[in-house]
Structures are given as structure tokens and as C-alpha cells.
Design a protein around this ligand. Structure first.
Ligand SMILES: [Zn+2]
Length: 252
């Protein structure tokens, strides 16, 4: 089993990172994409991946990072990618949940990262929150040139098919286990199995029965179990398929 999206370098894990990794291995979670999203976290992801062989680092600029220093941030990311081995660009994307005031800068940063992913032939890890139309319209401009994943996807089934048509995969996380999560469950049931990935996005969005508590990568098994049940297939079949998809997409 692979957790395709985690932030285990966050300080919530400072006290027990070794135990977290141990719990992953006990649950047959053997590979983890460690996702950077800023100057500091890109470096942490790389540093942790050198220390623990379970991790595969990525680097990106999160839409929350869209401020007046964006040109410097883009320059730093380009420099960082040129010097270090990463497995994906991102997370990056569009997020209007808290503000739309920086929309223009968000779009510029996102497009720069799409261009980088094409240049280095790397997949994108895409964050989209309350911004479906703009995210889709930007990605559409690059149809045929991009690959990547809509991470912790929470949109409609209809839009999931549209993102798949652009060449992207769909990753589901903890919310698919929530009782009232109608759309993620619809997506989990219906999208082609060869387009599906699983993730935790830890420390956020812990699956049931840990909802509201700290999330960790070993809980990706709970996400997978829920999706297997929804699709009426075995856990093993789901595990094999998502593992294959993730390995192929990120070239692990
Ligand atoms: Zn994340």
C-alpha cells in the first residue's frame, strides 16, 4: 500500500516519527509520497527522504503561499528542482476558500509549476478548493501535455471524469470514510480503477474513526478499506491497483 500524499515532516510528528513509520510498516504501507508546499517544507521533504527510505519527496508552492514574494518563490522552486531529485511538482493549484483577492498571483504560480512539470516530465500534485472552474480551465490549456493527480479530490463525479479526460488521476483521502460524504463516495464507486489513488494528507483529514484527530500515513489502509467496500471488491484488489497506479504515475 502506498500513501500518495502525506506531510509527515510536520511538527505534529516530531515526537513519534519513528513510531509512525513503524506503524506504516506493520500495516504494509511501504511507500509514502512526502509532499512539500513551501520553501521550508520542500527542504524538509528532501531531508526526511534522505533519512528514511520509505519517503519519496516532492516540491511545490501551495496556493496559500501566493503573496507579493511570488517571483522569489518561483525562482527558488526552479533552482531547487534543478538541483534535487523530486518525484512530483506540488502540491500546487488554486484555493479560494479563504480569499480570492490573490487569484491572479495564484494562477501565475500554478501555471509556472505546470510548465515546470512539463519541462522535467514530472507529475503534478494538484490542490483544488472552492475553485473548480478556474483550476479546470487552466489545466485544460495544457491538455495532452500534463500528467498528475487531483489530490484529496472532493468535487463531483462529473468533474472527476473531466479531469480524467485531461490525463489526470484522482486521489481520495479520509473524507471518503465520512458518513455524509456523498460526492467522494460516488467518485470512489464509479471512476475507473486504473485512475484511482489513495492518500491521507496527514496530519489533516483523519478517516473515521479518527476524524478530528491527528491523521497519519498508516491510516491510508482505512481509506482503502472504505473504497474497496464501496466498489464491492477485495481490499487486496484495491491495494494492488492503487499501488500500480501510484508507482507508474510517480515513477517510483
Ligand atoms: Zn497536502
Amino acid at each position: 500500500m502506498i500513501d500518495s500524499h502525506s506531510h509527515l515532516f510536520e511538527e505534529e510528528f516530531n515526537i513519534d516519527i519513528e513510531d509512525c513509520i513503524k506503524r506504516c510498516k506493520e500495516n504494509n504501507v511501504n511507500k509514502i509520497l512526502l509532499v512539500g508546499f513551501s520553501y521550508d517544507t520542500n527542504r524538509k521533504a528532501l531531508e526526511y527522504s534522505k533519512k528514511y527510505d520509505i519517503f519519496y519527496p516532492t516540491a511545490g508552492i501551495h496556493p496559500d503561499e501566493a503573496d507579493d514574494n511570488y517571483l522569489e518563490k518561483i525562482k527558488d522552486l526552479k533552482d531547487f528542482i534543478s538541483k534535487n531529485k523530486v518525484y512530483a511538482i506540488g502540491e500546487c493549484g488554486i484555493d479560494y476558500h479563504y480569499t480570492k483577492e490573490n487569484a491572479l498571483i495564484q494562477k501565475i504560480i500554478f501555471k509556472e509549476q505546470i510548465e515546470l512539470s512539463i519541462k522535467y516530465n514530472l507529475p503534478l500534485i494538484i490542490h483544488m478548493r472552492d475553485a473548480t472552474a478556474d483550476t479546470f480551465n487552466i489545466l485544460k490549456e495544457y491538455k495532452g501535455k500534463i500528467k498528475g493527480v487531483m489530490h484529496c479530490y472532493s468535487g463531483s463525479l462529473e468533474m472527476a471524469y473531466e479531469f480524467i479526460k485531461l490525463g489526470l488521476h484522482i486521489s481520495l483521502g479520509g473524507p471518503v470514510t465520512f458518513k455524509n460524504a456523498k460526492e467522494p463516495k460516488e467518485v470512489a464507486k464509479n471512476i475507473p480503477l486504473d485512475k484511482l489513488l489513495v492518500e491521507t494528507d496527514c496530519p489533516f483529514l483523519a478517516p473515521t474513526p479518527f476524524r478530528g484527530k491527528r491523521n497519519e500515513s498508516s491510516y491510508v489502509t482505512l481509506v482503502a478499506k472504505e473504497i474497496a467496500d464501496l466498489r464491492k471488491i477485495s481490499y487486496q484488489e484495491l491495494e494492488e491497483a492503487t499501488e500500480k497506479n501510484t508507482k507508474e504515475l510517480f515513477n517510483l
